[in-house]
Structure formats: structure tokens, C-alpha cells
Design a binder for this molecule. Structure first.
Ligand code: GAL
Ligand code: MG
Length: 977
């Protein structure tokens, strides 16, 4: 068929056409021995599939041309399609990339079967070899293979042309919330096999050591030759032929001269089972022999023995009810977009393992094949998701028979590719595509083909979390309030495991109430966890001068992230897109350079393998794992006292069984109560090298309070220097450039913006100093004390604010009281803000830390004596917003290198932040390169600070973390060092 004929089918507007001449998907690994066609290809970008060709340039394969500086930059939309055309149509302006290169076909491939494998093409792939159409494929995230045997000549050169059409009918079912990219995003291979070959290998390895290997054998030259047979060996041990299977197959006439099937089996005694905690793998080699014993084909696999089952309402791995501490992960890289290397993916998974995650949902499409190998090896459960999201036209497409082949194609090909991975424990039919007959068709195929794993699909489950008829074996809601989950588990109606497919939206400074959520999950039978949305902040490294993606050229820069001069992390709209969804693309637990956000430490602690409790004088160590003892961990005790004393001692972890606990003696005698509060911390590290962490890596830092604070006497007034106020009754102090005043507002977080809080604060005038004018009502002296009463105007009535200044030895004590009218029922903070002279660049504090923490995200920040440069306190969320806060701060100093500076003692633990920006500075900036650091410090001491919640997508913080109206009192003492 000439090229024109293929084009005249308009395959990009024909959902019924999912492929042409594409080989069936299989799980035979062909990477070794293949010819890798990655590298430099000729490239030209056409304005449409039948548009006139432009100039040839060169480009790298794999790679997205959208990330390459070509005139078709990435575009970000969430739900809405980037074009208005109704499915299955796509716009006439349809960038089309033509990739071409010549390949020397090895002479020794004469007589062999020659196959081209294109790792991924976004969104329609047309293949031509030596000018002849060779195949077509859709599904941007699965490989396509084409038999080229008849089209190429060993010993000669062949020209391979891959045409990639960006927009198509398939775009309507690839409407995932991510950047729109286009190109050849995974590797291209050419390999040869004997005509007699392994067409597929299916491995089933059970927890009890039973292993079954099913092989499909084909010969492309005709009927199978007489006498072929298959052998397999597991770590050198030969498997037995399943003769019963052969006999039955022959009897049922299931096998023919053309269809070869073989089954081998064995039972491995004392098998080392696979779990995410114990990722034990065995090596399997499958060989296809000719009658004379010579090997025609071979396939290598890594096998993990494990069972997945749903029993009652519990998901069990190897018979144990597990907690799923998951994250949603896209294939993403800030320089290459959708193209990721195995090293990139290993780095991603290593971060996840180090921060306590045990599961990944491949949102929202089958990931790069290397990811599954890594998950097998490092130990992560995988929910493997098919590439189907029709979000904008979900309802129309779910029952549209024109899309039926695509649904079954995408789900079945994913299963065929990934079925042998022990890490994959659940199949997902896709995301946000409503629910229709097309889903049931796909589910039916999976149930027949792979009865060993459950299926999940949120779009089905949401109709009724309990209905067994729906195509979801898991109740897998997204962003369900935890109270609803608990209520369902207690309702008596629950029939399926409840594991949220998405929860705790990590956009900006977020993930409030994660610890409360997990406390509910762990204490409620029926709840088993979920997948945080999401791993990546999808910021693309962008050159500010020309607005282009930095691309691979930015490699040296991206380590320095936001501070790379002339660069920034771009989000939606930054490439001049007319239609976009802004910073909603930046909602991950790691920054685009993979730096963990502070929430990661919160998660690490919540998920930690070791927990400490101290009740009624009894100290206990708990093993929170499902399968592993504590021998792989080392630990150290630390005793932290308010007076600054800190002691440490090596800790011997008891050998506690998974789920168990043991009482241990107190490692230190309890100090006298007069010494104030006493905390005991256990710093837990890896005792040996793990695949994901070298020896000594911190794993968690649980802490218990051994004895509470004793109320200290307030600082004694002194006859020292009197308090000086200026004409506005503001404190005058040599180290302050801006006097302490009342603060009720914060630079809105993404949650504050999208949850509507920022708009209310704006209505109240809290975001504009000009609208919260301070009026001094009264100033009076009472002995050495000075009392200043003022009023701040707000849209919900005046806030009365009193400051009482008392000179104390070396400084001044400030007692404050604010009365918020009933209408101000949800402000960001109530506290004090002041600014310091430049040069005080180091913060030492006693309180929670060392990482950023907020009232509803403070379980992972332990009490201690912490110290950080001021510039490192700030967290550079992609869109500047409130950040860098520290919860539970009891006292701090801000000092210069010569140890001069100021000290603040807080009457009660407070939320403190110290950084270079006023709230208004942060709120006014859209990117970090727009921020100008102030030379001094902006210091907030908050008696009350609103929780963070997750309202950008999901529940807001809970009521207990809101700042109530009425009277707030706080007290602090400022001294000069
Ligand atoms: C979910 C969706 C994700 C993402 C998230 C919000 O509804 O499945 O793809 O859009 O919300 O960030
Ligand atoms: Mg969506």
C-alpha cells in the first residue's frame, strides 16, 4: 500500500483503527541482542499529516519534539481538551513529526525474522520501510512491534520512516492531567529471531513455591517443525514438562501445527517469597529447542513468588492484610518531558523507598517498561493503569462502540506486557472516563486472561463502593473525606478493600491532616491506605530569555533548580499556551529536580517501620512492617531537654516480629522534673546496604515525650532600659527595622486559593495593608509597663489588639491579645510580624524541626535543638506562597557570624517563620525569579496558624486546625544576644 493510501484512511480520525500489521503484545524481553536505533534521526515537522514537508533537521530519539525547542512547545491542560473538536475529530492544524534514518541490516540476520519495536509514539504512529507502509499503531504509552522480514534485506541498508501524528481520535482518550507532548518518547529497537520463536511467556509463581510457565510458540514460515520443545530453568534448576497439560491440549485439539503451547512447572522448596519489603527474585531462563536440541529462542525473566488475593474486604499479599502507602507517578522529567531513563526511574523509586512508600500507581498509563523491573527489584507494589482517560468527553466515549476496540486493546496489551511482574498486584482500567460498556468489555478480557490479580477502576467504584457487579474489585475513590471512608468501613455494607486511588493532593504547601488520615486508616478494619496525588511537580526547566524549554541542554543546570540563573520551573501558561490550567500541574511530593518536599518527612515518619510509645512509664518499640523483622535496622537514642542538654546512646533494637512490639528499658534515667520537658528520640537507620539506601540512611525518627514542660516563672521585670515607642506607639528596637505588629494573613497557598479561603481573606481586606489600617486607641504607662491598644479595620469589623511591653533583664516582654469579631471566622493566622536588620542569617531554634511543619502537618518534625541558615528555611514551592514555617517553636535566636543578634522566648510553643519575604511579596509573585529577597529577615510568631489541608483538590483541613474568632493571647520576650 503506498503511503498515500495509509494517509487516506485518516487513521488519526478513526478510533476503530487501533493498529495495522502490529504484532501481538507479549512479555518476551528482546532488549538483549537487539540493535538499538536510539540516537540522531532526520526530522521534520509538518503542520498537519498531509501538510507540505518543511526542512530536514536532526533530532534525538527517544525524545519529544515539544521539549526540543521546535515551534510546538508543551501545553498543559487538566480536564479540558486543548482543542474544541468533538471526538473522534482533532484539529486540522495537527503537528506531525517525520523521523527518518537508515539502518544497516546485519548480514547474519539472513533467514531470520526481523522485528522493529517502537517504544512509544505520541499519539499515532505510521511506519514505512524503504518507502513501503509497514504498520500503524496507537496508544502513546505502549510499544508497537512490526515484522519487517519481508521489507528489508540483510546485508543492505534500509530506510525507516516513523511518522508521528500529534492529535487524533486517541487524544480524546489520552486526556490525562499533564503536559501535552508529542514525539517518539521511548527507545526504538530492531531485533531478529529465528522464525521458530517464543511468541509469549507467562509466569505464575505462588507464595507456596509453585511455579508455572506457559509458553506460546510460533513459526512465521509455516507450520511448527516436528519435535520442537521448551525447557526452563529457575536459578539453574530445570522445570518439569507438564505432561497432563500436553495430554489435555492434544485431546481438546487446542494445539495445531500452527499454535504451539507448552507448560512447565515445578515447586520450589523453602521458597523465598516476594513482597515489597522483601523483594526476593529468582532468575528464569526459558528456551525453545528444535528437535535436535539446538536452541531456537530464549527469554530471560525475573520471578517473584507471591500471592495476591481479596478475602472478605481485605486485600492480602501472601496472606497478610497490607497497608498501601502509595503514590501516583507519571513518567516525567523536567528536561525531557515524557522520556525517562532507567537511571531516572531508579532515582524516583529510591526516593519513594527512602520516604516510606511501598506502592506506585502508574497514573495514568503503562509506564516505561524499566519501571516494573525496578519495582520488582527494589520492592514496590504497582497498580498498573491502562492508557485510557477521556475526561473531557468521558460520558460520550465510555459507551461509544467506535472506541470499544481501543479500550480492550489498551487494557489487554498492558496486561500482556506486564503480567510477569511480581510488583504488579492490581490492574487498573484507566482514569476518569466515566463508566460504560467499553470498560466492562475490557474488564471481561482481564478476568479471563489473568484471574490472579484484582481489577480496579475508580469510575466504576464511585457508583457504589460495595456493588460487586461493577468493574472494580477495590473501592478506590479519589479524595474521599476520611470520615466517609471510616463510615463506610463501619456501615456493615463494605464488601471490597477500600484503597483510595488518589488522596492528599500535594499541590504547593499541602498535605495537611496526613497523620490524622493514617491514624484513621490504621485503626479501622477495612481501610488499607491509598495513593498520594502525586510524585512529581511537573515543572519544566525553562530559559527565561526566550521562553523555550531548556531541554537536554539544561542538564548541568537543573540540579540547581530554581536558583539556576536565567531559568525557572515553568508551569501551565508559561509557554504562551492560549488554553491552560496554570500551576495545577505542580502538585507533587518532590520538586522537578526530585528534591523531596517537606511532606516527604511527614510521610516517612507516618510510614516508618519502627514506632515508639511511652504509656504509663512503659517504653515500647513497635515493628510496623508486614513481613520483615528489625534486624536490618540500627538505631540511636537521643534525649532532648528544654535546657539545651542533649545526650545520645546506641540503641539495640529488639527482634520484634512484624506487627509486634517489645518493652524496652529507658535508655537514660529520667531527669528531674525541674529540668523542664524531656523528649526521647530514636534515630533509626539502615544497618546494612539496601538496594535503595546505603548503610546509615535515616529511615525514621520516632519520638516520645517522657516528661512534660513545667510552667516556668515569667521573666522577672527589671528596672533596665525603659521601653521606647515611636509616635505611632510602635516598639523601637535597634535590631528591628519594622516593629512588631499584628498579622492575620499569609500568602495564600494553592489550597487557600483553590479552596476559596484566599478570596474570603481578600473580601475582608486582610491581603492589603492599606485596607487593614491600624488605629491607636490608647497608650498608657503602668509602672514600667506600657500598654498600647489599637484597632485594625477589616471587612468583617475591627480587630482589637493590645500589646503590653514590660522591660525585663536584657530585653522586653510583649504580652499580646487580639479579639477577632465573629465574622472573621477563618483567618490564616493570628500573631506578630516584625523585620530585622540585615546580617542575622542563622536561625537556631528549640522546637519541631528541622524541616518545615504546620499545625496539621507536624507529625514528622521532632522536637530538638535545630539550626539552619535563614535562606535554607524557605521552601521554594513553584508558585510562591506561604512556606518555611516551623511548628511548635519554644524559643529561637537569629544571629550573625560574630554571635550577635536577637533571642526570642515564646510563652507557649508557636508557629514561627523566618524568611526574606513579606507575605505580600510572595503573593505578588508567580515564579521565584520574580522574587527579590529582602536583606533582613521577616519574622512571624503565630499564636494560631491555619492548617494546610488539601482543598486544591479534596478535603480542606479539619475544624480543629482552623483559627477561631474571639480572643487570642500570646506572649514573647525579645532580648539582644
Ligand atoms: C484527579 C485526576 C488526576 C489529577 C488530580 C488533580 O482527579 O485523576 O489526574 O487531575 O485529580 O491534580
Ligand atoms: Mg483528569
Amino acid at each position: 500500500m503506498p503511503r498515500d493510501h495509509l494517509l487516506s484512511l485518516r487513521p488519526w480520525a478513526s478510533p476503530e483503527i487501533t493498529s495495522w500489521r502490529r504484532l501481538p503484545m507479549n512479555a518476551v524481553d528482546r532488549r538483549s541482542g537487539a540493535l538499538c536505533l536510539d540516537g540522531s534521526w532526520h526530522f521534520r515537522l509538518l503542520p498537519s499529516p498531509d501538510g507540505s514537508p518543511g526542512e530536514w533537521t536532526v533530532t534525538d530519539v527517544p525524545g519529544a519534539w515539544t521539549m526540543d525547542g521546535a515551534d510546538d512547545p508543551p501545553q498543559y491542560t487538566n480536564v479540558r481538551m486543548p482543542f474544541g473538536d468533538f471526538p473522534p475529530e482533532s484539529p486540522a492544524a495537527n503537528p506531525t513529526g517525520v523521523y527518518e534514518r537508515s539502518v544497516d541490516i546485519p548480514a547474519e540476520w539472513a533467514g531470520r525474522r526481523i522485528v522493529l519495536q517502537v517504544g512509544a509514539a505520541e499519539s499515532v504512529l505510521l511506519v514505512q520501510v524503504n518507502g513501503t507502509p509497514a504498520g500503524l499503531s496507537k496508544d502513546s504509552h505502549l510499544a508497537a512491534e512490526f515484522d519487517l522480514t519481508d521489507l528489508v534485506h540483510p546485508g543492505e541498508q534500509a530506510t525507516v520512516r516513523l511518522t508521528v501524528v500529534k492529535w487524533s481520535d486517541a487524544s480524546h482518550i489520552e486526556d490525562q492531567d499533564q503536559w501535552w507532548q508529542a514525539g517518539l518518547t521511548r527507545s526504538v529497537l530492531l531485533y531478529a529471531t529465528d522464525p521458530l520463536h517464543l511468541a509469549d511467556v507467562t509466569v505464575r509463581a505462588r507464595q507456596d513455591g509453585r511455579l508455572r510457565v506457559d509458553c506460546t510458540v510460533r513459526d512465521t514460515t509455516g507450520p511448527l517443525p516436528e519435535g520442537w520443545y521448551v525447557t526452563a530453568a529457575l536459578d539453574g534448576q530445570l522445570l518439569a514438562q507438564d505432561t497432563e497439560f500436553d495430554r489435555r491440549n492434544a485431546q481438546d485439539m487446542r494445539v495445531s501445527d500452527f499454535l504451539g503451547e507448552a507448560r512447565l512447572r515445578t515447586v520450589v522448596p523453602d521458597v523465598r517469597t516476594w513482597t515489597a519489603e522483601t523483594p526476593e527474585l529468582y532468575g528464569l531462563v526459558v528456551r525453545l529447542h528444535r528437535a535436535d536440541g539446538s536452541v531456537a529462542d530464549a527469554s530471560h525473566h525475573r520471578v517473584g513468588f507471591r500471592d495476591v488475593a481479596i478475602v472478605g474486604r481485605d486485600l492480602l499479599v501472601n496472606g497478610e492484610r497490607i497497608f498501601v502507602r502509595g503514590v501516583n507517578r507519571h513518567d516525567f522529567h523536567p528536561l525531557t518531558g515524557r522520556t525517562v531513563t532507567a537511571e531516572d526511574m531508579r532515582a524516583d523509586l529510591v526516593v519513594l523507598k527512602r520516604f516510606g512508600f511501598n506502592a506506585v500507581r502508574t497514573s495514568h498509563y503503562p509506564n516505561d517498561p524499566a519501571l516494573y523491573d525496578l519495582a520488582d527489584e527494589l520492592g514496590l507494589y504497582v497498580v498498573d493503569e491502562a492508557n485510557i482517560e477521556s475526561h473531557d468527553h468521558a460520558h460520550e466515549i465510555a459507551d461509544d462502540p467506535r472506541y470499544l476496540p481501543a479500550f480492550v486493546d489498551r487494557v489487554s496489551r498492558m496486561v500482556l506486557r506486564d503480567k510477569n511482574h511480581p510488583s504488579v498486584i492490581i490492574w487498573s482500567l484507566g482514569n476518569e472516563s466515566d463508566y460504560g460498556a467499553n470498560h466492562d468489555a475490557a474488564a471481561g478480557w482481564v478476568r479471563r486472561h489473568d484471574p490472579t490479580r484484582p481489577i480496579q477502576y475508580e469510575g466504576a467504584a464511585k457508583l457504589d463502593w460495595a456493588d460487586p457487579a461493577l468493574a472494580s474489585d477495590i473501592a478506590c475513590p479519589m479524595y474521599a473525606p476520611i470520615e466517609d471512608c471510616v463510615a463506610h468501613a463501619l456501615s456493615g455494607r463494605q464488601t471490597k478493600p477500600l484503597i483510595q486511588c488518589e488522596y492528599s493532593h500535594a499541590m504547593g504547601n499541602s498535605n495537611g491532616t496526613l497523620a490524622d488520615t493514617w491514624a484513621a486508616i490504621e485503626s479501622t478494619p477495612g481501610l488499607q491506605g491509598g495513593f498520594i496525588w502525586e510524585f512529581w511537580d511537573h515543572g519544566i526547566l525553562q530559559r527565561v530569555n526566550d521562553g523555550r524549554p531548556a531541554g537536554r541542554g539544561g542538564a548541568g543546570l537543573y540540579d540547581s533548580g530554581v536558583t539556576a540563573p536565567g531559568h525557572r520551573w515553568a508551569y501551565g501558561g508559561d509557554f504562551g499556551e492560549a488554553v491552560h490550567d496554570g500551576a495545577f500541574i505542580a502538585d507533587g511530593v518532590v520538586f522537578p529536580d526530585r528534591t523531596p518536599k517537606p511532606v516527604m518527612y511527614e510521610h516517612r515518619e507516618i510510614a516508618g517501620p519502627v514506632r515508639l510509645t511511652y504509656d504509663d512509664g512503659v517504653l515500647r518499640i513497635h515493628n510496623r512492617q508486614h513481613f520483615r523483622g528489625l534486624r536490618w535496622l540500627a538505631a540511636e537514642w537521643r534525649l532532648v531537654q528544654a535546657d539545651g542538654t542533649a545526650r545520645s546512646a546506641p540503641a539495640a533494637l529488639p527482634d520484634v516480629l512484624p506487627g509486634g512490639s517489645a518493652e524496652v528499658p529507658l535508655p537514660f534515667p529520667l531527669p528531674e522534673p525541674a529540668a523542664g520537658e524531656v523528649w526521647l528520640t530514636l534515630r533509626v537507620t539502615t544497618a546494612d546496604d539496601e538496594a535503595w539506601a546505603p548503610l546509615g540512611t535515616e529511615v525514621c525518627v520516632p519520638q516520645v515525650l517522657l516528661s512534660p514542660a513545667v510552667a516556668g516563672a515569667p521573666p522577672r521585670p527589671a528596672s533596665g532600659p525603659a521601653v521606647t515607642l515611636d509616635e505611632d506607639a510602635l516598639l523601637v528596637h535597634p535590631l528591628l527595622t519594622s516593629a512588631p505588629v499584628l498579622s492575620l494573613w499569609r500568602a495564600p497557598t494553592d489550597n487557600d486559593e483553590l479552596g476559596g479561603m484566599a478570596a474570603r481573606w481578600h473580601d475582608w481586606g486582610l491581603d492589603a495593608p492599606a485596607r487593614t489600617v491600624r488605629k491607636v486607641v490608647d497608650v498608657r504607662e503602668e509602672g514600667s509597663r506600657v500598654v498600647v491598644l489599637s484597632e485594625y479595620a477589616t471587612g468583617a469589623g475591627p480587630v482589637r489588639h493590645e500589646q503590653v511591653f514590660t522591660p525585663v533583664t536584657g530585653g522586653v516582654r510583649v504580652e499580646e491579645c487580639a479579639e477577632l469579631p465573629a465574622g472573621l471566622d477563618d483567618v490564616a493566622r493570628v500573631g506578630t510580624v516584625f523585620e530585622t536588620v540585615p546580617g542575622l542569617d542563622v536561625l537556631d531554634w528549640y522546637g519541631q524541626g528541622p524541616w518545615e511543619s504546620y499545625p496539621d502537618r507536624s507529625a514528622g518534625a521532632f522536637v530538638g535543638h535545630h539550626s539552619l541558615p535563614v535562606d535554607e528555611l524557605f521552601t521554594p514551592y513553584l508558585r510562591p506562597q506561604e512556606s518555611g514555617g516551623r511548628h511548635g517553636v519554644r524559643r529561637f535566636t537569629l544571629s550573625a557570624p560574630d554571635a550577635t543578634g536577637l533571642a526570642v522566648e515564646l510563652g507557649a510553643p508557636a508557629q514561627v517563620s523566618v524568611n526574606r519575604y513579606r507575605a505580600q511579596d510572595l503573593a505578588a509573585a508567580a515564579h521565584h525569579d520574580e522574587l527579590v529577597p529582602r536583606p533582613g529577615c521577616v519574622v512571624h510568631l503565630d499564636a494560631a496558624h491555619r492548617g494546610l489541608g488539601t482543598a486544591s483538590c479534596g478535603p480542606d483541613t479539619s475544624a480543629g486546625y482552623l483559627v477561631a474568632p474571639g480572643t487570642h493571647r500570646w506572649e514573647w520576650t525579645l532580648r539582644v544576644l
